[in-house]
Ligand binder design. Structure first.
Ligand code: KIV
Ligand code: ZN
Length: 509
């Protein structure tokens, strides 16, 4: 019988801490709920000592999630562990995840401690965490560059101290599959009390091997994998949840274990992360990329028409990509709209549905076909929105090859309407200069990107902008059939997010 692999999702911790993937508390809560629906066993909600904002987000997630375990990360010291417990103690199933490096490189240059000292710290941290909860995970950071026997000694001692999960991180993405699998086997065979704990792996993708290494570890006895949606995370990212879950499911003949992932929720989860962070998934990304199920070659298409089995190893429906992107238009009613939303994996209450439906009707007056991606954008804009200090009231631009690009912008700021006019290098530049002047922001625009959401000539443009102010980074997004309007919406959305983040973030001294 097939064994179980536990999925530990760290999108909200390792993923969120990587550049460009910052989320506010409301967004983190939404992601956590989605991860719970996806069937993730353990949600690593954040690093509570990092800031008041992180603490509060972890605390709120702990209060909201009932089925998945909620883990808080802590370095191996009392202050971190107490803080992590403070954030997760309200969870139905709390877990403290504490870590310290075990490689000689980290010991010498970073910790400036010897092996015995680190072993003592690891044991006392696990004991401290154990006072709060029996559910303690210990990670040996940079395990893949650690001395194997020392690693086994640390693991044996932390099991005696009460750790029930032992994580083997490939922190710098250095391992290769055969070697990593052998390391897991070595731990299984050389930690005498290993039967009292579960082995976990946490692989980074610096050499593009994070998923392969995780799978090799499963083959050799690991029964928890740490991963993220879309593979987001430090540097080249973490192992991608969707690739691991679908490999285990598709190759049941090879792997001794499967996950509890509800795979039909994979694609909506991927889209949710993209729409919150503004970080697009590469088109050829396995499982969730735009081309993952698109067969272009004539030979493949011919084969598929004759029998799906010829070129399809899994169906798009099995990962939640709707069979036919049923296209809605201006004659579609509320019933069809609700059905589509449910098929996309969203649950809206009546009020939220009303808001989204109103916007859908307005959009379908402007464009003939309304696709799934348009609907997702509507939900992001109308349902999951943050408090708006700034609102776009009016925008008019004139531009062309013989005109100086000029923009007139009217904004509502804290309830009062202000207007200004000015010129720029192009219509977006002119619009942004006026918005910046009206809002008096000191933030810097560090990224601007525009894509078409769907395929027709009347498609909506989707604009993402990234702003930075005193180390705070936010993503704003906007969509419209007019890309200048979409650009203005994205900028204003980012400015509202910045205000929101500033009101929430107080660094811990
Ligand atoms: O990559 C790493 O080593 C980590 C640990 C905190 C588990 O993220
Ligand atoms: Zn990591």
């Amino acid at each position: 019988m097939s064994d179980r692999v536990y999925i530990f999702d760290t999108t909200l911790r390792d993923g969120e801490q990587s550049p460009g993937n910052t989320m506010n508390t409301q967004e983190k809560l939404r992601v956590a709920r989605q991860l719970e629906a996806l069937g993730v066993d353990i949600i690593e909600a954040g690093f509570p000592i990092a800031s008041e904002g992180d603490f509060d987000a972890v605390r709120q997630i702990a209060g909201a999630i009932k089925n998945s375990e909620v883990a808080g990360l802590a370095r191996a010291n009392n202050e971190d562990i107490d803080r992590a417990w403070g954030a997760i103690k309200g969870a139905a199933k709390p877990r403290i995840h504490t870590f310290i490096s075990t490689s000689d490189i980290h010991l010498k240059y970073q910790l400036k401690k010897n092996r015995d000292e680190v072993l003592k710290i690891a044991v006392s941290s696990v004991k401290r965490a154990k006072k709060y909860t029996p559910n303690v995970e210990f990670s040996a950071m940079d395990a893949t560059r650690s001395d194997r026997d020392y690693l086994c000694r640390v693991f044996a001692e932390v099991i005696n101290a009460g750790a029930v999960t032992l994580n083997v991180p490939d922190t710098v993405g250095y391992a290769v599959p055969e070697e990593f699998g052998a390391l897991i086997r070595y731990i299984m065979e050389n930690v005498p009390n290993i039967s009292k704990a579960r082995i976990s792996v946490h692989c980074h993708n610096d050499l593009g091997l994070a998923v392969a290494n995780s799978l090799s570890a499963i083959m050799n006895g690991a029964r928890q994998v740490e991963c993220t949606i879309n593979g987001i995370g430090e540097r080249a990212g973490n192992a991608s949840l969707e690739e691991i879950a679908m490999t285990l499911r598709t190759r049941k003949d090879i792997f001794p274990a499967d996950t509890g992932i509800n795979t039909e929720k994979i694609y909506p989860s991927s889209r949710l992360i993209t729409s919150i962070t503004g970080v697009p998934v590469q088109p050829n990304k396995a499982i969730v990329g735009a081309n993952a199920f698109a067969h272009e070659s004539g030979i493949h298409q011919d084969g598929l028409l004759k029998a799906k089995l010829t070129y399809e190893i899994m169906t798009p429906e099995s990962v939640g990509i709707a069979k036919s992107s049923l296209i809605l238009g201006k004659h579609s009613g509320r019933h069809a709209f609700r059905e589509r939303i449910e098929a996309l994996g969203y649950e809206l209450n009546d009020n939220e549905l009303n808001l989204a439906f109103k916007r859908f009707k307005a959009l379908s007056d402007m464009k003939k076909n309304v696709y799934d991606e348009d609907i997702e954008m509507i939900i992001m804009d109308e349902v999951h929105k943050i408090p708006e200090r700034y609102k776009l009231v009016y925008l008019n631009v004139s531009c062309g090859n013989t005109t100086v690009p000029t923009a007139t912008v009217k904004l509502e700021i804290d309830g009062s309407v202000l207007q200004d006019v000015g010129v720029g290098d192009g219509p977006v530049d002119a619009t942004y200069k006026i918005i910046k002047r009206l809002v008096k922001t000191t933030s810097k625009l560090v990224k601007f990107s525009v894509n078409s959401i769907t395929r027709d000539m009347d498609a909506q443009g989707e604009v993402f902008v990234k702003l930075e102010e005193k180390g705070l980074i936010v993503i704003g997004k906007g969509a419209d059939t007019d890309i200048i309007v979409a650009s203005a919406r994205a900028y204003i959305n980012a400015l509202n997010r910045l205000e929101y983040m500033k009101s929430k973030t107080v660094e811990v001294k």
